[in-house]
Design a protein around this ligand. Structure first.
Ligand code: GLV
Length: 309
């Protein structure tokens, strides 16, 4: 079996080794323009160039080494009829839940204030928080968003979820579809975006949606930078309707030096680390799926390309 690997991040070697060890009978190589003619059965990749699909004539499946498949689906030469498979959690959901809970708790429990007091050697208590004053809304209730919402609910914050299709999660009040968006937003103070990036969700974090949140809202974006209209966030922070934002993703990554987000006192930036792909877990999952496909069995995680996730 032949497997081609591609990632623009310059980290091919450890992936090639991991795939080679996990699927010992596989011939594995890195796709480069010079190796393009070599034909593979399976592609394991992240953010490929169009030339990759143009060069591969007999792929049986494409495995995306991340949860979001926007970097693949944006290409207009996807091999017809070849399944695109996304990672199904593979250790990402727990990281995302951790990141969101940390950010939420840092904000609601006043850790920023304590850190600044500690720098001045001040021993000063803040009053206890009223959790009901911080209803949290998670947009996107797939593997990752559902895990996030349940982790938040476990800390007893009122928890709401919004997704395209109906979802039922214990401890989470769920809303579905565009028509319920306003009702969802108006009950939320801390908004978490865990949506896939599609033509329907691009720009969904905009002046209109942010204005519908409860006063002193807070935004946590762990999905994609293109969900957010950046100037609308800056305006909402500057006019006081939002108290702050933590952004793990930006329209341009790395965030340019001169970008106003870096120096904004109400914005915390992290470098797209809220859920890092775990190589070993991912390769085991991909190997299991390749073996299942070879046996003619069905696999999960196949993307509906028309839907965008
Ligand atoms: C990371 O952003 C991913 O989609 O896995």
């Amino acid at each position: 079996m032949k497997i081609v690997f591609y990632s623009p991040e310059g980290n091919a070697q450890p992936w090639l080794e991991e795939i080679g060890t996990t699927i010992p009978l596989a011939e594995v190589w890195e796709w480069t323009p010079t190796s393009a003619d070599r034909q593979a059965d399976y592609a394991v990749l992240w953010a490929p160039p169009m030339e990759l699909f143009a060069s591969q004539q007999r792929l049986k499946a494409v495995f995306n080494i991340g949860a979001g498949v926007d970097g693949v689906l944006k290409l207009n030469n996807l091999p017809p009829g070849v399944p695109i498979v996304r990672l199904n959690d593979a250790g990402m959901a727990v990281q995302m839940a951790e990141y969101v809970c940390y950010t939420l708790i840092r904000h609601t429990r006043n850790f920023d204030i304590y850190e600044s007091h500690a720098r001045n050697r001040e021993w000063k208590r803040q009053p206890p928080i009223d959790r009901t004053a911080f209803p949290v809304g998670v947009m996107g209730l797939g593997n990752i968003g559902a895990r996030v919402a349940q982790a938040v609910a476990a800390f007893e914050y009122p928890t709401f979820g919004w997704s395209c299709s109906e979802k039922t999660l214990p401890g989470v009040t769920s809303f579905a579809g565009p028509e319920s968006m306003d009702a969802f937003l108006s009950g939320v103070r801390v908004l978490v975006c865990a949506l896939p990036l599609t033509s329907a969700t691009e720009g969904i974090l905009n002046a209109g949606t942010l204005a519908k949140l409860q006063p002193n809202g807070y935004l946590i974006n762990v999905a994609r930078g293109r969900h957010l209209i950046e100037n609308d966030l800056l305006a909402a922070l500057d006019n006081g309707s939002l108290a702050g934002a933590t952004l793990d993703v930006c329209r341009e990554e790395p965030l340019p030096d001169i970008h106003p987000f870096w120096s904004h006192p109400k914005i915390t930036i992290t470098p797209h680390i809220s859920a890092i792909t775990l190589r070993a877990e991912s390769v085991v999952q991909i190997a299991d799926k390749i073996h299942a496909l070879e046996r003619g069995e069905a696999i999960d995680g196949i993307v509906e390309t028309a839907r965008g996730y």
